[in-house]
Design a protein around this ligand. Sequence first.
Ligand SMILES: [Zn+2]
Length: 355
Amino acid sequence: MSALLPPWLLPLWQQVTRDLARLPHALLLEGPAGSGKRQFAEQLARRLLCVSPGGDGFACGACAACNWFAAGNHPDMHRMVPASAALAEQEEGEDGEGSESSAKDGKKASDQIVIDQVRQMQSLLEVGGHQGGRRVVLIDPAEAMNVPTANALLKSLEEPPGDAVFLLVSHSPRRLLPTIRSRCQSWSFPRPERAVAQQWLAAQRVSDAEALLGFSGGLPLAAAAIASGPLADARKRFMRDMQGLSRGDPLKLAGEWEAWLKSKAALEAGLTLTVLVSWLQRWAYDASRVAQGAAPRFFSDAAAELATLTKGGFDVWSSCYNELAGYRRVSQHPLNARLFLEDMLLRTTRAMTTK
Ligand SMILES: [Zn+2]
């Protein structure tokens, strides 16, 4: 039963499901990406809609409601996600073949949750439930709502239909309107203890578990997602390239990375310029740690290489880290990606070769 949720989420699960009759009508599940709040929200929605939940507190997985839920067409389950996320999921399901997606019409799918989605949900809620039980509205990620959308949602949160439960999932709750936050009960999803995380990753047979756990900032679900997807290879390539950089040519590498970012592999892995800058920042952070005699946090599997790069000492790497933060801020819209990469890699090479 506990396989439905990782072990560190079970205490909260038990607390929540003990008395579902008194569940608040609006919940904000907040925590870093990869902390398990999305899985938790799915299980809770499933549980709220199930007509014969098991004694373990989870949905039965066998009733008509559970089958509809699994097939993605439960009439009382309303999902509000950005069009771009819905599209990505759809293409994954179809294996990318023959899908007539709006992205291919040259129109980019929105990264925001738009007001029409709220209005549609509200008119469905007005009609009343199909199954005579609860209705669930899942908003994920809640910070993808723009201001008009959030204001429209407020009306539902203020006067919710009695049988509706709103589940808002957020990686950055500070970006939500205070009026939205104040109408929700917040549950936070912290990082599990290291030992618990390691044990869980071992049980999932995740390769490079230790290194990836560090790389993911101690979030085991994020580590497992990297390990089983294309980002694991991207991370290996990044490390290889960084190892070559101190002896190599930053301008050549900039050209290679520019091509890499445009490749199908990078698109599939979600590898963007911003992601690359954040990795470079982690590399610089680790180098500053190693320069002080501490162990690297994000690239524990590159400790030996990092140790050869720290002749310049802590100050050189910490100022490099700070400058990379500046690069990161503009990385979503660089004027010229190639120049941006060249500039950034020249800056990093300078820190590597400072004696
Ligand atoms: Zn069921």
